[in-house]
Design a protein around this ligand. Structure first.
Ligand code: TYM
Length: 333
């Protein structure tokens, strides 16, 4: 069976971008008998960006409740918290010793931090931790630990998966074939969903539309999506419109063509946004109720995650023993 794996960093509230880029395709794959799936809360990764312990904990609960509310079947999928699998940071060390520094110099997240420092006239390394620098290696450990074949993600993560392949190939070359070379699975239509201000929807830009908001708030958020100043009756360009782009991420092909026509006919922005709200609300309304219920039952979530950790470690522990042996260390048992 092919293995599918993906994770979400526990630093914020899940938004529409996380949903269409990662969670939705991952849940669909978990229902396909051809796949075995591994989905996790990337809480070690959270520490790279967020030093607010309460925020990390709250986010972990929100992200766990999101997957469950959307119907992830945890009998079939292995659903766990990264920090419950101690083999991951250990593998991360082995991979760190295989990862070329020059490769890490090219990582987008690190480069963006350096560029921001330079722009602000700071020292290029100001505020950059080794955690940020090593981020792609930890991510490689997440993926290689379970020998994942496919990794459903948004476009921003493709580079990291290529780096994981690189590191895996290098390890295999030195120590024999231990790791599968993973592949990113990206749906072009939704690879980068834009946010309220038209830039990529991202926690760091504060421009997100959270997935599960009370109806009124969802409507309010959608009304805040930036549009140009065209009046009702004036033709609008769907291909530069965030409203249309988000519509495409949720609508059927037929609904997409209909909306394209309405844009050409000069639909009013208020009307287009109302239709967008109805569309999204119709698709997630039921899950939203489950989400708010689950958020009131942290002990149930905890139980599910603990059971997930047991299943995850049935895979990670034996693989790590093999890896310890391969690199010349004493196995644990
Ligand atoms: P994170 O938490 O930033 O995002 C989680 C997933 O959501 C996708 N995504 C988007 N997709 C489309 N449009 C957007 N605007 C958008 N914003 C976010 C991301 O591409 C991602 O798939 N490092 C990862 C988490 C991680 C991981 C892994 C993923 C850790 N280990 C192993 C896969 C495999 C991250 O920070 O994603």
């Amino acid at each position: 069976k092919q293995r599918v794996l993906t994770g979400i960093t526990t630093t914020g509230t899940p938004h529409l971008g996380n949903y269409v880029g990662a969670i939705r395709p991952a849940i669909a794959a978990s229902e396909d008998p051809a796949f075995e799936s591994f989905y996790f809360l990337a809480d070690y990764h959270a520490l790279i960006k967020c030093h607010d312990a309460e925020r990390v904990e709250q986010s972990r609960r929100e992200i766990a409740a999101t997957w469950l509310a959307l119907g992830l079947n945890t009998e079939k999928a292995v659903f766990y918290r990264q920090s419950d699998v101690p083999e991951i940071p250990e593998l991360c060390w082995f991979l760190t010793c295989m990862a070329a520094k020059g490769l890490m110099n090219r990582a987008h997240a690190y480069k963006a931090a350096v560029a921001a420092n330079e722009e602000a006239g700071e020292d290029p390394d100001y505020g950059i931790t080794m955690g940020l620098y090593n981020y792609p290696v930890l991510m490689a450990a997440d993926i290689l630990m379970f020998n994942a074949n496919k990794v459903p993600v948004g476009r921003d993560q493709i580079q990291h998966i290529e780096m994981a392949r690189d590191i895996a190939a290098r390890f295999n070359h030195h120590y024999g074939d231990h790791f599968v070379l993973p592949e990113a699975v990206v749906d072009d239509k939704v690879a980068t969903l834009n946010g309220l201000d038209g830039r990529k929807m991202s926690k760091s830009y504060n421009n997100t539309i959270p997935l599960f908001l009370p109806e009124k708030k969802l409507k309010k958020h959608i009304n805040k999506i930036k549009t140009n100043l065209l009046e009702p009756g004036e033709a609008k360009d769907p291909d530069t419109s965030t409203v249309f782009q988000i519509w495409e991420a949720f609508a059927s092909d037929e609904q997409v063509s209909e909306m394209r026509q309405k844009f050409a006919d000069g639909i009013a922005w208020g009307e287009a946004k109302r239709e967008l709200f109805e569309l999204i609300n119709g698709q997630i309304g039921e899950s939203r109720e489950k989400y708010f219920e689950l958020m009131e039952r942290p002990a149930d979530i905890e139980e599910i995650l603990q059971a997930g950790a047991v299943k995850a470690r049935e895979h990670s522990a034996p693989l790590l023993e093999k890896v310890r042996r391969a690199v010349g260390l004493k196995p644990m048992s």
